[in-house]
Design a protein around this ligand. Structure first.
Ligand SMILES: [Zn+2]
Length: 339
């Protein structure tokens, strides 16, 4: 057992003092009253704030340097599109003690209609997508992805090319749910968000940006889906990007309807900072998230990684994003592992 003590701890949705983190031998971290920490060499002390490991829920690890991403403060990533066998190797390396890589959770190949997005894109190598036609194909593809270690199923619904029939999309969701795997949909263009929602998908890989989502569909989405933000891919900080304005408006109304947001940047797609993205955080705030809401979108309950803000969390909405960008991933203490 290891104990982490800091001036403050952000955990379970709020900033607390008088709390220590207990790290179980299996790596699971739990907040406990600070007086339970025994002191001595099993207790590590920190200035500032400790919080669950920060997660970027939309990354393409083949297109970025994951070591730089971790050095930039991201403890865990979801890879939402690569060659699964390659990503599995990175995920394996990331699990080794003392690894400089963030933890990697990954999706299976993009499940697509024959000729569908992204098989027509230069960045999508063979193996990163798999064509399916029938309901039986859907079951087989999910089983293959799961056997290869994927814990997310990625599907595309892109109005600019061939799309899966709704019964096939629904069959993907049913098969994934039977294996307790969430389904992430890349929804792009008219009708695609509605298709993802009626098929029962769990997550959108991007906040919808191609059109305003009407209120009734938005309500349905808010009840059953999480949306990964990816707001900063629109313009990368350029003022008045129309797609970004549509996305922020959709996300603001999704949040207002009680929807759950995950912080994600689509890292690997365009000139994005390799690490915590201050612009993405500010855009989440402009869509209505409080600092606690942003941290909730960036973390997971049951975390086994810890991030550290040496200067402490700054809850002031104006300063919050810049302060959070100084977060570092806490390295496991090798002394405790070797004994
Ligand atoms: Zn992506």
């Amino acid at each position: 057992m290891q104990w982490l003590v800091a001036e403050s701890v952000w955990w379970g949705g709020r900033l607390r003092t008088g709390v220590a983190l207990r790290v179980a031998p299996n790596g699971l971290v739990k907040p406990v009253p600070a007086e339970l920490a025994p002191g001595g060499e099993d207790t590590r002390r920190f200035a500032g704030t400790l919080l669950p490991g920060l997660v970027d829920a939309h990354v393409h690890s083949a297109l970025v340097d994951l070591g730089t991403v971790r050095a930039g403060g991201i403890a865990e990533v979801w890879d939402l599109g690569g060659v699964p066998a390659r990503v599995a190797e990175l995920a394996e390396q990331a699990r080794e003690a003392g690894s400089a890589l963030p933890r990697v959770r990954y999706a299976g190949p993009f499940l697509i209609a024959p000729g569908g997005y992204p098989s027509d894109r230069a960045w999508a190598p063979a193996g990163s997508w798999r064509e399916i036609v029938t309901v039986a194909d859907a079951g087989a593809a999910v089983a293959e992805a799961s056997a290869a270690g994927a814990t997310l199923i990625k599907v595309t619904a892109h109005a600019g090319g061939p799309q899966l029939e709704l019964p096939v999309l629904s069959a993907v969701v049913a098969a994934a749910h039977a294996s307790e795997l969430p389904v992430v949909v890349h929804a792009e263009g008219p009708g695609t968000v509605a298709a993802a929602c009626s098929a029962g998908a769990d997550v959108l890989a991007h906040t919808p940006w191609t059109e305003r989502i009407d209120d009734s569909l938005l309500q349905a989405c808010a009840q059953r889906m999480r949306w990964i933000s990816t707001l900063d891919i629109h313009g990368w900080g350029r003022p008045d990007d129309p797609d970004r304005e549509v996305a922020v408006d959709n996300l603001r109304r999704f949040i207002g309807a009680g929807g759950t947001v995950r912080y994600g940047t689509d890292l690997g797609n365009g000139p994005l900072p390799a690490g915590i993205n201050v612009r993405e955080i500010r855009l989440l705030q402009s869509a209505g998230l409080t600092p606690d809401g942003v941290l909730t979108a960036m973390t997971e309950s049951g975390s086994s990684t810890v991030s550290w803000l040496p200067g402490g969390l700054d809850p002031d909405p104006e300063r919050f994003a810049d302060a959070l960008a100084t977060a570092r991933v806490l390295d496991a203490d090798s002394r405790l592992h070797s004994s």
